[in-house]
Every structure is written in C-alpha cells, then in structure tokens.
Design a protein around this ligand. Structure first.
Ligand SMILES: C[C@H](N)C(=O)N[C@H](CCC(=O)O)C(=O)O
Ligand SMILES: [Mg+2]
Length: 349
C-alpha cells in the first residue's frame, strides 16, 4: 500500500513578487510524503488562487487521495487516472503526489528521474530570472543586480510598460522575455508589443486574458514578436485550439497537474509545432527540481521560483549563469538543506 502524508510550509519572497493581477509576499505551499515499504518520495504543491487552489484545498485533496493510490508506484498512469476520478482539477495537489511517485520510483531503481525518462541532463535550456512589477527605476536596479542571469523575464501589465523596458535595456544586455500575465487588452498588447520590440525582446508571454483566444490570435497576427500562452493553457485539450493562436506554450507542474501530464502535453504541443517552455510558481527546490528533470525536452525554461525566496528548505537543481544542473542522485535527487529553518522537514534520502 502507498501511504501519503502532507504538511503545509510557508516560503518567504526576498522581495514582493508583483504581477499584473496580484502581489505575493509569501507562498503557502504543501510538502507531501509518499511511502512504499522502505522507500519515501517527496513532492510539493504550490497552489494558486487563480487556478482555484489554496494550501487548505491541497490538504483536503491529499486526505481524499489517501487510500486511492494503490500499492504499486510503477503504475503512474493508473494512479493519476484514479486521482482524476477522486476529484477534478486541483492540479497542484496532483502534481505533489505525481512528483513524489516519480521520486520513489527513481529511488527504487537507483536512477535519477531524467534517466528514467530517457532524457539527457546536459540538454537543459538556461532558465530566466524574473523581475516583478515595480517602478521602471526599481526594475532597472533589480536588472542590474541580476547580471549573473543571461536571460531576464520582465513582468509587465502596468501603465509604465514601455518605460520599464527602456530602463531595463539601458542597463542590461541580457536576453529579455516579457510576461504580461493577461494584463493587456488585445489593442493595448499590439500597441505595447510593437513599441517594445525595439528593445530586442525574445518573446511575449500571455499578453491578454486567458479565455480570449481570438485576442491572442489577433495579437500574434499583428506583432513581430513570438507569443507564448501561459494562463490560456491548463489542460491537454487546450493545445489544438492554442496552436491556431500562439507560437508556443508555457507549461507548469502546478497548473497542468504534474510531471506525467506535462510530459504528455509537451509531446502534443510539439506535434502541433508549438514551441515549449517549462515555468513555475513560487516553489522551493523540491518542485523546481522535479520540473527541471523534464527541462531537456523544452525550448525555454523559467524555473526560478527557488531563486526568489530566502528560506528554501531543500537543495536540488543548481543554477549557474542560468544553466540548470540536475542532481545525479536517485529519484528527484532533492535533499533537505542543512541549515533549513523551515522547521523539522523530512529526510530527503
Ligand atoms: C516565478 C515564475 N518565474 C513566474 O513568473 N511565474 C508566473 C506565475 C504567476 C502566478 O500565476 O502566480 C508566470 O509565469 O506567469
Ligand atoms: Mg507567465
């Protein structure tokens, strides 16, 4: 029998993380432990109200999942199908269980998860480092401090977006990606994107509201920069529709329901000629490392949640000038940080 347990953890941001619709100071996440005989796997949920979840709903889901995991961690497809029957949606709760199962399976076989999936750990794209919304001068200061990262992801969706990009380009020669988090109307998006194109932008993420696929297409057809969908892509069924409207999709374990689902979605997206990206919420090194095991499959990475907090309880993937270095240990390869002060965490054995 697979046993499951969960515990809420609070992560604290080094600086408030403001995007077009919200500002975040802490992340109320949940760490999950799945046991199978002697083997223990760990997972993390980073629930987002925007997708209908909270730490409380995750804890409730985990209680509902207990007794529904069966007794064979190798049956990941069946396990995830069973969880979908227990409750619809709730993607971060499912992601936490799914990554714990991959962790157990890797540990039982004595191989890192990337190896289990047949992926080459040296083929990871560099991650971006994200700068939250602030005044143009504050964002430029933060860009200066982030000189170690060759790719910056700049949050927009304010009244100062063009000044923001100008101020950042004045101080930084990094590759710049822009994320509006659904904060523009299609008309504003076309105007703003055409105005910021002079600052050498690689692509623009989610310019308009999630449901507005016609708006996404209108923007894509009227600007020169590639458009990547994020909030518009939650389920695998979204991909065929999106392939008509955007150039690529940003996947997240927490929004798309875990590694098993995201693996499928990446392959479907590629079949539709969409560029693929792996992103994150505010997550510790536990969930970020899980996502990084899939990174050899994608064109772009935005796996920086752990870099934006000051009390990461775990160590796993490391980042050197944006390059993701996967741990060469069985399972996810995540360990509890030795100076962890996020009280009495689990042993990442
Ligand atoms: C932290 C990461 N770099 C990021 O920017 N994630 C946001 C998620 C925002 C949210 O829904 O809270 C994104 O890519 O939109
Ligand atoms: Mg985004």
């Amino acid at each position: 029998m697979l046993h499951i347990d969960a515990k809420p953890i609070d992560l604290h941001l080094t600086t408030p993380f403001r995007i077009a619709r919200s500002v975040q100071y802490t992340a109320a996440n949940v760490v999950v432990e799945v046991k199978h005989n002697e083997a223990v796997g760990y997972g993390e949920a980073a629930p987002s109200k925007y997708y209908g979840e909270s730490a409380e709903t995750v804890m409730a889901c985990i209680a509902m999942f207990a007794g529904n995991l069966g007794d064979d961690p190798f049956l990941i497809e069946e396990i995830m199908q069973r969880l979908d029957k227990v409750i619809r949606l709730n993607p971060s709760a499912k992601a936490a269980v799914d990554m714990a199962i991959y962790d157990i399976v890797g540990k039982m076989l004595g191989v890192p998860v990337y190896k289990l999936l047949g992926l080459n750990p040296t083929h990871t794209p560099r991650t971006s480092f994200t700068i939250g919304l602030d005044t143009p001068s504050e964002m430029a200061k933060k860009a200066l401090l982030a000189q170690d990262y060759p790719i910056l992801k700049i949050k927009v969706g304010s009244r100062h977006d063009i000044e923001i990009l100008k101020a950042i380009r004045d101080v930084s020669s990094s590759v710049i990606r822009v994320d509006a988090n659904a904060g523009w109307t299609p008309k504003e998006a076309i105007k703003n994107i055409n105005a910021i194109a002079q600052y050498n932008i690689e692509f623009v993420e989610q310019p308009v509201p999630a449901h507005d696929l016609a708006g996404l297409k209108l923007v894509r057809d009227n600007v020169a920069l590639p458009i990547i969908a994020d909030e518009s892509c939650v389920t695998i069924e979204d991909l065929p529709r999106l392939s008509e409207c955007v150039d690529g999709v940003n996947f997240k374990l927490m929004k798309n329901g875990g590694m098993h689902n995201v693996l499928k979605m990446i392959h479907v997206a590629r079949a539709y000629n969409l560029r693929t990206m792996l992103g994150c919420m505010i997550e510790s090194s536990l969930a970020i490392t899980a996502a990084a095991h899939l990174a050899p499959l994608v064109d772009y990475a935005d796996l920086d949640g752990q870099l934006l907090i000051n009390d990461d309880p775990f160590t796993g993937v490391t980042v050197e000038r944006g390059k993701l270095q996967l741990p060469n240990r069985p399972g996810l390869g995540v360990k509890v940080r030795s100076n962890n002060n996020n009280s009495e965490q689990h042993e990442g054995k």
